[in-house]
Design a protein around this ligand. Sequence first.
Ligand code: 6CC
Ligand code: ZN
Length: 263
Amino acid sequence: TADEHWCYEIQAKEPNSNCKGPDQWTGDCQKNHQSPINIVTKEAKVNPDLKPFTFFGYDQKKRWEVKNDGHSVKMMLGNGSFITGGDLPAQYQAVQLHLHWSQDLNKGSEHSINGKHFAMEMHIVHEKGTSSNAVEDSKDKNAVLAFMIEVGDEENKAFQPLVEALPHISKPSTNTTVNEISLEDMLPKKEKLVHYFRYQGSLTTPTCDETVIWTVFEEPIKLHKDQFLEFSKRLFYDEEQKFVMEDNVRPVQQLGDRQVFRS
Ligand SMILES: Nc1nc(-c2ccc(Cl)c(S(N)(=O)=O)c2)cs1
Ligand SMILES: [Zn+2]
């Protein structure tokens, strides 16, 4: 289907590209409750129901499968990690973790906060329900936890196994495993995770289903500059390794009639 040939703007504008850039994405991509968005913090409404999350299984150190899926680097999490709380209507199973980035430190995140983009953005994608029964399509089928990533001068040890795996998955549709990573170690300290923004939106990739309860945490993750540069140095969009994987970022979408909330 046309969506198999969807791509980002940086790929679509290549002379002989035959892929569809963001303004040609189909599915629900042209609807009006889309993601990402710019978050204007002073217009976000405090909602006291936005309690802290509880993370189950995030502390387990595991060997994870990671892959280059041609759009990002994706870590498969289907193993029983899940979240509750955060004013979510049920428990949500962790499915996969992936990132978006640019080489430009100021345009690698999909969401922006008061117009500021970060170097990268990490998404942990969850699906409603228990590992035995997931629910069908609905506005709250998915919950994505979004973390901004800044570049600093300290190595982030929790990300090193993922960074070292990147050269093994430089081509699309390649897999490898990373060992001894715990999701919890990759995230900001738990007490920092009480501050977040919340809105109803979509997948930021085709078919852009409007099924996502978005949580954008205020506290950024920090990576060393060299760790950050590895993503756009080691990963490629194409088999021929002509196009490095960077700017895998959808442009911000109109908020429209939606309200952004904050904890
Ligand atoms: N690289 C790829 N990412 C996705 C995907 C699937 C589900 C979701 Cl929710 C998202 S996102 N960016 O909205 O978190 C991305 C498919 S292929
Ligand atoms: Zn994403």
